[in-house]
Design a protein around this ligand. Sequence first.
Ligand SMILES: Nc1ncnc2c1ncn2[C@@H]1O[C@H](COP(=O)(O)OP(=O)(O)OP(=O)(O)O)[C@@H](O)[C@H]1O
Ligand SMILES: [Mg+2]
Length: 254
Amino acid sequence: MTALLELKDVTRRFGGLTAVKDVSFTVEEGALFGVIGPNGAGKTTLFNLISGLYVPDTGSIALAGTRVSGLAPHCVAAQGIARTFQNIRLIGSLSVLDNIKIACHMRRAPTLGSAVIRSAAFERSEADVHVFALQLLDLLQLGTLAHEAAGNLPYGSQRRLEIARALATEPRLLLLDEPAAGMNPQESLELMALIRRLRDTFRLTILLVEHNMKVVMGACERIHVLDHGESIAEGTPEEIRGNATVIEAYLGAG
Ligand SMILES: Nc1ncnc2c1ncn2[C@@H]1O[C@H](COP(=O)(O)OP(=O)(O)OP(=O)(O)O)[C@@H](O)[C@H]1O
Ligand SMILES: [Mg+2]
């Protein structure tokens, strides 16, 4: 096993508040790794740091040994990191298929010249994108909804579409921020199985932030716990479930 993602002493402040403080952890290639913690623990801030929306005040983040902290978000994406958002960010008026195709072009953009003259290469790549987008939709059980407006989809389907859109950029590392939020128990269980399947199918490494403990404990092999921006534990689901400091943090927050 080799380290794909490495955080070293990452700190991010907002005015007087330290949202993430000296956080270090390593995610092995191919892992399904959970990040949990009570509300306001710094989980989304951590994702914003990894995906380049925020720059750490101190510390560093590296993907496969290459530093990505300090790069603009589109450069981080080009290195192979994709994410979903806690608050769904689809283009509601566009079809499900077009939401995916736009994301495909973020990695597979033809040169402007080839697009203007509609060269054979451009046509081929458009056809490729179409086939790839449909495959992704099938995999995420959205195939029959390809021509629906994304905004009309039920909530659970919109969450899966967000995942499909992130996959369309062909990442090495996928960050999922509360993918089960708003799903019913049945949908959550199916999502858990789907996340595992995606990891295996695409040989992905997945970082999962999730409040639904059944999903986290069922899907992840290793879990890192934050509280008030600080790391308080890391271990297997069994270790985390029985960890007194973790239980205390959740009880204190509840
Ligand atoms: N852009 C920002 N400006 C100021 N404060 C921020 C900003 N982003 C996050 N924070 C603060 O940082 C802390 C951590 O927030 P964050 O959203 O990372 O928590 P979280 O663990 O994702 O919580 P939740 O489980 O509720 O999603 C909170 O106190 C939040 O108010
Ligand atoms: Mg959050």
